[in-house]
Design a protein around this ligand. Structure first.
Ligand SMILES: *Cc1c(COP(=O)(O)O)cnc(C)c1O
Length: 374
């Protein structure tokens, strides 16, 4: 089966892991600090805090923002469940705002309408690798005194009006799962331009341990002492995995060029196919096509999904609207809440997209899709 996404790992990553395994630090060592410094450069100079997954990154970012019971997080339903579930785990209420019908990105007008005096975070998602409308979303968040979060699990390396993803929102989260634009096997990061948010994120990912003597509230102990002021978790990404990340960061621009080439090629090869809508792209962004999300018109999405899979082509559907998950339905969220997201979901199909996809593989995808649709 041709997958819809997969990692690209070479000898350099293998060597980097072996070097860490031969050294002194398997975790909390120099490869972590090196990876975070390199990541900060890619993310426009923001502080970078590596964690064990994109889900952990979202949990850490919301914890750094200090959200809890009584607070509201406004977000898009067209995302992986973790964007919302990690806020819910902290006791916050998730408020879903609808997406733009063509890009499936959080609609600033819908986000604005969802604000209340309890809104603490507006969390956008750069669906498919296309940055959301951050100038408009910034005004929305500011008008509520809320923080702006960018779930950039799809969009590392993308830019919005010339600004790299990571430098736009107050908090940006990345995922380094194998299908994403770069990988550490499992991994993620929180990046922020705000030193205090970065400090809180770093503390949360390290069990909440305070090691700075000038902050101690217990002051009569010896040099061994460390203490906890707020609960945290162990979300530390080990040196073994950070070493993979450093190599992958050096390859990121090559990965993204190949993704862009494949996106252009899909557009060229599929432009004349009836019954198919290709992804919209705004003029003021450089996307990082993590997914290539087409829409299958005429109520045929399930049939085409099954037909592609039967032909050995691992298409995927991203995503079921988050509030359809029974855990949200049980809490009273109802279908029909975000009609644009639901209409998008009904037609959405992700075609194979990853740097190692060859032109020949892609031709096979296109041929099969064409044959099924005509
Ligand atoms: C993958 C993904 C996540 C979660 O990342 P993991 O590393 O799999 O935990 C969160 N949000 C979005 C939009 C994602 O695609």
């Amino acid at each position: 089966m041709l997958p819809y996404g997969r990692q690209s790992i070479g000898d350099e990553e293998i060597e980097a892991v072996a070097a860490v395994l031969r050294g002194d630090w398997l975790t909390t060592g120099p490869a972590v600090r090196a990876f975070e410094a390199e990541l900060s450069t890619v993310a426009g100079g923001a502080h970078a805090v590596s964690v064990t997954s994109g889900t952990a990154a979202l949990h850490t970012a919301y914890a750094a923002a200090g959200i809890g019971p009584g607070d509201e997080v406004v977000t898009s339903p067209m995302t992986f469940v973790a964007t919302a579930s990690t806020a819910a785990l902290l006791g916050a209420t998730v408020v879903f705002a609808d997406v733009e019908p063509d890009t499936a990105l959080l609609d600033p007008a819908a986000a604005k309408a969802a604000l209340t005096d309890r809104t603490r975070v507006v969390a956008a998602v750069d669906y498919a690798g296309h940055p959301a409308d951050y100038d408009a979303l910034r005004s929305v968040a500011d008008s509520a005194g809320a923080l702006l979060l960018d779930d950039a699990a799809h969009s590392i390396g993308a830019s919005y009006r010339g600004a790299p993803v990571g430098s736009i929102a107050d908090l940006t989260t990345f995922s380094f799962f194998p299908t994403k634009n770069l990988t550490t096997a499992e991994g993620g990061a929180v990046v922020t331009g705000d030193a205090e948010l970065a400090r809180r994120a770093a503390r949360f990912r390290n069990i909440g341990l305070v090691r700075e003597a000038d902050e101690f509230r217990i002051t009569d102990q010896g040099g061994w002492h460390q203490e906890v002021h707020e609960f945290g978790l162990n979300y530390r990404l080990p040196d073994v995995l950070c070493a993979i990340g450093s190599v992958q960061l050096r390859r990121l621009s090559a990965f993204l060029s190949r993704r862009a080439e494949l996106a252009d090629r899909y557009r060229r090869l599929l432009s004349d196919v009836d019954g198919l809508a290709l992804p919209a792209q705004r003029a003021d962004v450089t996307p990082a096509w993590h997914l290539f999300p087409v829409r299958v018109l005429g109520g045929r999405r399930r049939e085409i999904y099954d037909g592609m899979r039967a032909g050995g082509i691992g298409v995927q559907v991203n995503y079921v609207p988050v509030y359809w998950h029974p855990v949200f339905a049980d809490a009273g969220y109802r279908r029909g809440l975000c009609p644009n997201a639901e209409a998008y979901y009904a037609e959405q199909l992700s075609l194979p997209m990853y740097p190692g996809l060859t032109d020949t593989d892609q031709d096979r995808v296109v041929e099969r899709l064409r044959a099924l649709l005509t």
